[in-house]
Design a binder for this molecule. Structure first.
Ligand code: M6R
Length: 622
C-alpha cells in the first residue's frame, strides 16, 4: 500500500525522503512524489508515475529540491488512475500543472488509506468554492483541513482534529502548513505511521525500515492521535486537542536486516534467514526447556477453559492458520475454524463462550485482519494476535500478543514471516496439548526436540536450491500449475501455489488432492505441471494415486516428500526430499522448496521478484 515518509532537521530533506521511499518500495506503488520547503518559502511539489527512479531523475536525485523539511509518498492507486496529477502530495490550493509548486496553498499533505465519505465531503467543499484538480480522496482531506483551518482561524492541530471527526475511513496523514515552517503534522486511524526522533532531526514513515538507518527511537502514534513534529521532537494530541503522552520505544531490529546483504533479492535473503527466524521465534517461547506462553499472557487456566478456536487471517498468514488447525486439533483436541479475515468480518458467526480468536499477521496492519479482530472483541471472544511488527495496530488492540521474531520482511512475498508464524502456532499447539493432557510428557519432550531441530533441517533443504533452480528453468513457460496435497500437505500446497503465482504470474491453484477429480481435473492436459506434496505417511498413497490420475491425462509430475520415500521416483518426473521430522512439523521444511521454486521461476522470467505487480506488502485498505 502507499508509503509515507517525512523529514525535518538540518540536512537537505529531499535525498533523505527519496532514500526512505526506496525502503518502502516493497509496500507496492505506482507513482511517487515529494513536497519540500526551504525555510518559510512555500513547498515545492514534484511527482512522477512509475518507479521511484523517475522521481529521483526529475529532482536530480533530490538535489533540485532545496529545503530541510519535507514529506514524500509512494501511491498505490485507490481513487483515481495512477497519473501524475493523482500522485501525492496534494495541496489545498490549485495545483495548476503537474509538477508545479504548491503556490499559494496553505496546506500540503500525503495520505495512506481510504476516505469512505470523500464524495460527500467534496460536495461540501465545492459549495464553499474549492476547486479540485485530481480524482483522489486525499485532495479532499487536505482541502478539508484547510477549510477548518481558515474558517475557525485555529491552529493546525485543531484543524486536523476537526477533520478527523468529520471523515470516515482509514488514514495516515502527514501535512505541512505554510505558516509553520520546519514542522510536520501527522495523524492516523487504522493505517500505519511511526515517528522517529534523533538529535536535531525527526522522521516519519509508514514502516520502521525506512528510518532505521537514522534512528531507533520511535513513537508509535496511536489511532485518532495527532502529532506535531519538529526537529528532534514530537508532541502528541488526542481528538480533543489535549496533549497526550506516547512512549518512546527503542527498535531492536538490526539495520542490516533491512539491507540485501549481498543477495540478489530480498526474497532470496529472507528465504535464507528462515533458520534464524524459526530459531529466534521458538527460543522466545521456550524457557528452561519448556514452552512458556507467559509473555503472551496465555494462562494455563485459560487454555483449559477453551471450547474452540477461530483463526482469522489473510493470504499466507491464513495458510499458516490452515496448517495450524490440523496440528491443534490433532495434538490438543480443540476444534478449530480457519476464516479468511475479509469474510469473517461480514459473518454473523455465533461465538460460543470460551472461544479464542487468533489473528495472524506479519505486518499487524492488514485492514481485514484488524477488522476481524475488532469483530471478535465486540462479540466477546478472547483475542490473541500472532504478529511480527512490534507496536502494530493488531498487536496493540488484541487482548494477548505473541510476537514472531522474523525481523523486518521486505519482499512482498512472505517467506521468513510465514515460517516464524508456523513455528509459533506449532509451539502454541504443543503447549495447549500439554496443558489439556492431550500428550504424554514423553511426547511433549519429543515434539519440543523436533521443533528445536527444524532450523538445521531448513538449512539442509536450502542446500538443494540448485536443483530447484534447474527445475524452474524447465517450467518457465508453464501456463498453469496445480499444487495438490491432503491434510497438512494441502496447507503447504496453498502456500506453494501463492508463492508461484504472486511472483511468477503463472496461473496456479492449490487443491485438496481428493477434490481435483470433482471438476478441476478437466483442466489437466499434455504437459500441465502438477506438484504433489507427499509428506504425511497415511495420506501418501492416496495423494500419489491422485497424481497418477493426472499423469494418465498428460500431466508432468513433481513431488515433495520426506527422505526415504524413494519409491516415489517411479511415478513422478522430479522429486525433492526434505529431512524427516515429526509429521506435524513437516510444513516448515516442505514449504522451502516451493518458495525457492516460485523465486527461481520469477527470476527466470525476468520479473521484479521483490515487488510484484499490483501487490502491496501490507494491505491496509479493505
Ligand atoms: O501482514 P499480513 O501477514 O497480515 O499480510 C497478509 C497477507 O497480505 C500476506 O500474507 C500476503 O498474502 C503475502 N505477502 C503473500 O506472500
Amino acid at each position: 500500500m502507499c508509503g509515507i515518509v517525512g523529514y525535518t532537521g538540518r540536512d537537505q530533506a529531499a535525498p533523505i525522503l527519496l532514500d526512505g521511499l526506496s525502503r518502502l518500495e516493497y509496500r507496492g506503488y505506482d507513482s511517487a512524489g515529494l513536497a519540500v520547503r526551504d525555510g518559510s518559502a512555500p513547498a515545492e511539489v514534484v511527482k512522477a508515475t512509475g518507479k521511484l527512479f523517475h522521481l529521483a531523475d526529475k529532482t536530480d536525485q533530490g538535489r533540485a529540491l532545496r529545503g530541510q523539511c519535507g514529506i514524500g509518498h509512494t501511491r498505490w492507486a485507490t481513487h483515481g488512475d495512477p497519473t501524475v496529477i493523482n500522485a501525492h502530495p496534494h495541496v489545498s490550493g490549485n495545483l495548476a500543472a503537474p509538477g508545479s509548486g504548491a503556490g499559494d496553498s496553505d496546506v500540503v499533505g500525503v495520505h495512506n488509506g481510504i476516505i469512505e465519505n470523500f464524495t460527500e465531503l467534496k460536495e461540501k467543499l465545492l459549495r464553499h468554492g474549492y476547486v479540485f484538480y485530481s480524482d483522489t480522496d486525499t485532495e479532499v482531506v487536505v482541502k478539508l483541513v484547510d477549510y477548518y483551518y481558515k474558517k475557525y482561524r485555529i491552529g493546525p492541530v485543531d484543524a486536523i482534529t476537526r477533520t478527523m471527526v468529520r471523515v470516515r475511513g482509514s488514514y495516515a496523514l502527514a501535512l505541512m502548513f505554510r505558516d509553520f515552517p520546519g514542522e510536520i503534522f501527522a495523524a492516523r486511524k487504522d493505517s500505519p505511521l511511526i515517528i522517529g526522533t534523533a538529535e536535531d532531526a525527526s522522521y516519519l514513515a509508514s514502516d520502521v525500515p525506512a528510518i532505521l538507518k537514522y534512528t531507533r527511537s520511535v513513537y508509535y502514534i496511536d489511532n485518532l492521535q495527532v502529532a506535531r513534529v519538529s526537529p528532534g521532537q514530537a508532541v502528541f494530541f488526542d481528538l480533543n486537542g489535549d496533549e497526550t503522552a506516547v512512549p518512546l520505544t527503542e527498535v531492536t531490529w538490526d539495520a542490516a536486516a533491512a539491507e540485501k546483504d549481498g543477495f540478489e533479492h530480498f526474497m532470496l535473503k529472507e528465504i535464507h534467514e528462515q533458520p534464524a527466524a524459526v530459531r529466534d521465534t521458538l527460543n522466545s517461547l521456550v524457557k528452561d526447556g519448556r514452552i512458556d506462553l507467559g509473555a503472551a499472557g496465555l494462562a494455563e487456566d485459560t487454555i483449559r477453559s477453551l471450547t474452540g478456536i477461530v483463526i482469522a487471517a489473510c493470504g499466507s498468514a491464513w495458510h499458516v492458520g490452515m496448517a495450524a488447525q490440523y496440528v491443534i486439533e490433532d495434538l490438543a483436541g480443540i476444534p478449530v475454524r480457519v476464516e479468511l479475515a475479509s469474510e469473517f468480518r461480514y459473518r454473523s458467526m455465533p461465538m460460543a463462550a470460551g472461544t479464542l480468536v487468533i489473528v495472524i499477521s506479519q505486518s499487524g496492519e492488514t485492514a481485514d485482519s484488524l477488522a476481524a479482530l475488532r469483530v471478535a472483541k465486540e462479540r466477546g471472544a478472547l483475542t490473541l494476535a500472532v504478529v511480527n511488527v512490534v507496536g502494530s495496530t493488531i498487536a496493540r488492540e488484541a487482548d494477548l500478543v505473541l510476537y514472531t521474531l522474523a525481523g523486518p520482511e521486505i519482499a512482498v512475498a512472505t517467506t521468513k514471516a510465514y515460517s516464524a508464524q508456523l513455528i509459533a502456532m506449532d509451539a502454541l499447539a504443543v503447549e495447549m496439548a500439554r496443558v489439556r493432557g492431550g500428550i504424554t510428557g514423553e511426547q511433549y519432550d519429543h515434539l519440543l526436540a523436533e521443533m528445536a531441530a527444524l532450523p538445521d533441517k531448513i538449512r539442509r533443504v536450502l542446500e538443494d536450491k540448485e536443483r530447484l533452480q534447474w527445475f524452474s528453468s524447465k517450467i518457465v513457460n508453464a501456463h498453469d500449475i496445480f499444487f495438490i496435497g491432503r491434510g497438512l500437505d494441502y496447507a503447504v500446497s496453498l502456500e506453494g501455489s501463492l508463492k508461484m503465482k504472486e511472483i511468477s504470474y503463472i496461473h496456479s491453484e492449490a487443491y485438496a488432492a481428493g477434490e481435483l477429480k470433482h471438476g478441476t481435473i478437466s483442466l489437466i492436459e499434455q504437459g500441465t505441471l502438477v506438484i504433489g506434496v507427499l509428506t504425511q505417511g497415511k495420506l501418501f498413497e492416496k495423494t500419489v494415486s491422485n497424481m497418477m490420475e493426472c499423469k494418465s491425462r498428460g500431466a508432468n509430475l513433481m513431488g515433495i516428500t520426506v527422505n526415504g520415500n524413494f519409491a516415489v521416483e517411479d511415478s513422478v518426473n522430479f522429486t525433492v526430499y526434505v529431512p524427516r521430522t515429526d509429521e506435524h512439523f513437516v510444513p516448515s521444511l516442505a514449504v522451502v522448496p516451493l518458495q525457492l521454486l516460485g523465486y527461481y521461476t520469477s527470476v527466470s522470467r525476468g520479473l521484479d521478484v521483490d515487488k510484484p505487480r499490483n501487490l502491496a506488502k501490507s494491505v491496509t485498505v479493505e
